[in-house]
Design a binder for this molecule. Structure first.
Ligand SMILES: O=C(O)COP(=O)(O)O
Ligand SMILES: [Mg+2]
Length: 242
């Protein structure tokens, strides 16, 4: 159940996160990363480990996966060992990114599913006259075909990826730029996400923020994050926000 209640007159627009909020993309991440690791003759990484690495963009995801398998998936090394591991992972980055991009674009959406309640929630927001933008940390070239493949693109006036602006969430810049594109004030633009990244960016930008309880929050309980409310399904937006 939801613990929020907003008057719809509070909002002119909503900014909606993609991975972990609208689409469960863990399968796409696992397939693409493991093809990439195989191309580099490195061992595979389990989806449970990948889930904790998602949300901070592709560069972070690739470096985390490389470091994870290069440390044999054991306890994260500390201090000088961690630095040495990061340097080794960084040395493989360019080749890894090229392989990852190749594989991701080849399978984009095939191992992913729209979460229950998403379409109902987006329809409710639109029917109240809110403008919508999708704002994700994944590259725009991955995000746009994914939204189209899942039939979600028609809801959005804009779709911006992690490479659309100079900095990614949790920096407030992408939210402020998205509000600018939408022509709405941050205080009247609701952020809907699944992680502390979304909430921190929203707080710093001055946007109200609600988080879904089913996504990826870097392996931490999402209800511990500072947000204005939590939703078990975007379908709850119909009752919670209006
Ligand atoms: O890190 C990613 O690629 C996913 O990011 P998102 O949760 O902002 O959509
Ligand atoms: Mg997310």
């Amino acid at each position: 159940m939801t613990s929020i209640s907003f008057d719809h007159a509070c909002f002119d627009a909503a900014i909606v996160d993609l991975d972990g909020t609208m689409v469960d993309t863990l399968g796409d991440f696992a397939v693409s990363l493991n093809h990439m690791l195989d191309d580099l003759s490195l061992p595979a990484v389990a989806p449970a480990a990948i889930e904790k690495m998602v949300g901070k963009g592709s560069e972070h995801l690739i470096l985390s996966a490389l470091a994870h398998v290069m440390s044999s998936g054991g306890a994260a090394p500390q201090g000088a060992d961690a630095q040495a591991l990061h340097t080794r992972a960084q040395a493989l980055f360019d080749r890894a990114w090229e392989r990852y991009q190749h594989h991701y674009l080849a399978i984009n959406g095939q191992h992913s599913a729209v979460y229950p309640g998403v379409v109902e929630g987006l329809k409710a927001l639109r029917s109240r006259g809110l403008r919508l933008a999708c704002l994700t940390n994944k590259p725009t070239s991955f995000a746009k075909p994914l939204l189209a493949a899942k039939g979600l693109d028609g809801f959005f006036d804009f779709a911006f990826g992690g490479d659309a602006f100079a900095r990614k969430k949790p920096d407030p810049l992408p939210l402020l730029k998205t509000c600018e594109a939408l022509g709405t004030a941050p205080a009247r633009t609701l952020m809907i996400g699944d992680s502390s990244n979304d909430a921190k960016a929203a707080r710093a930008a001055g946007c109200p923020v609600v988080l879904v309880t089913y996504g990826y929050n870097h392996g931490e309980p999402v209800r511990g994050v500072d947000a204005d409310g939590f939703l078990d399904s975007l379908a709850e937006l119909d009752r919670a926000v209006f």
